[in-house]
Design a protein around this ligand. Sequence first.
Ligand code: KG4
Ligand code: ZN
Length: 341
Amino acid sequence: MHFLAIETSCDETAVALLELEGRQGSRREPKLLAEEISSQVELHQDYGGVVPELAAREHMRNLPLLVDKLLGDRGLSLKDCGAIAVTRGPGLKGCLLMGVCFAKGVSVATDAALVGVNHIEGHLLAPLMDNPDLEFPFLALVVSGGHTEIVEVRGLGDYVILARTIDDAAGEAFDKSANLLGFPYPGGAGLAALADAQQSSRFKLPRVMRAAKGFSFSGLKTAVSVLVKQHQAHLDDPSIKGELAYAIQDAIVDALCFKLKKAVKASGIRRVAVSGGVSANQCLRARIREMKGVSLYLPSFGHCMDNAAMIGHVGALRYARGDRLPLDADVLSRWPVEEIR
Ligand code: KG4
Ligand code: ZN
């Protein structure tokens, strides 16, 4: 059976086509056949962040075209899809509505089954797609522009939050710091590349909230802003800018790894999966690999960032379990992991 997946929770319009083998209730993993993605990064760059209204309009324009291409390239049409998975939340309300309304329309027209997926659950289970040897239970570090959480993943829909941020997300800390250094939005990857080219830094940023359970990045943001202001006149000196980037990346990665180590120790679980946009960070990956006795599982590079394959993956697992989204269901702009059933 062909399975269509749609992701429109933020600034990427993404669609994927999967194939489901076996009967309902079987535990076979869905197979990814194709995916398409349209990024809105350039559209939002002038504003220094995602503008919800513009993002929603862009989804409205792009979604039908992407679905057309995804299916058309394989000689298929919407009638060939037996089920549709769509991101129901969390995310920007107007953006979520575009994906969910489109999916509902298709479901009404073709009788396809409809499954609503939690975006974070998509990230949480994304490492399973590309690592067939990853088994439950595992610890998942979800680090993106909107989320920073360590979750004990016991099975589909069985999640225990071990730590989460009380303010900014790790990706936000990267992007806001990058902005202070003059990188266009979202500057996380640019800052990381500059930091990776350095061996050390003369600057040191504070380590905050070590004793607390959760993460906090707002204090770091203030410290970065003070430090960058002190050296503003010398930012065109590549060694100053590079060493500032190194110190920022070091502080963010250190905060993530410190809490991750604590979670591994407390839970006794040594399988660690990292996902979300910041999981593309090479320094973070290297430091987790250095942790004694820990096995690291990563999604493929394209599945670290927002994508529809991860929504289709969770959608197919939930479809097999019998989960369906009723036609009168609303989108959920807030939908924390602990409320996923
Ligand atoms: O998961 P994602 O694509 O979207 C959200 O759901 O937020 O994550 C995007 C975030 C951005 O903050 C971006 O700057 C960050 O991931 N990011 C990185 C790197 N690549 C992407 N942060 C640090 N190092 C990277 N290499
Ligand atoms: Zn995401």
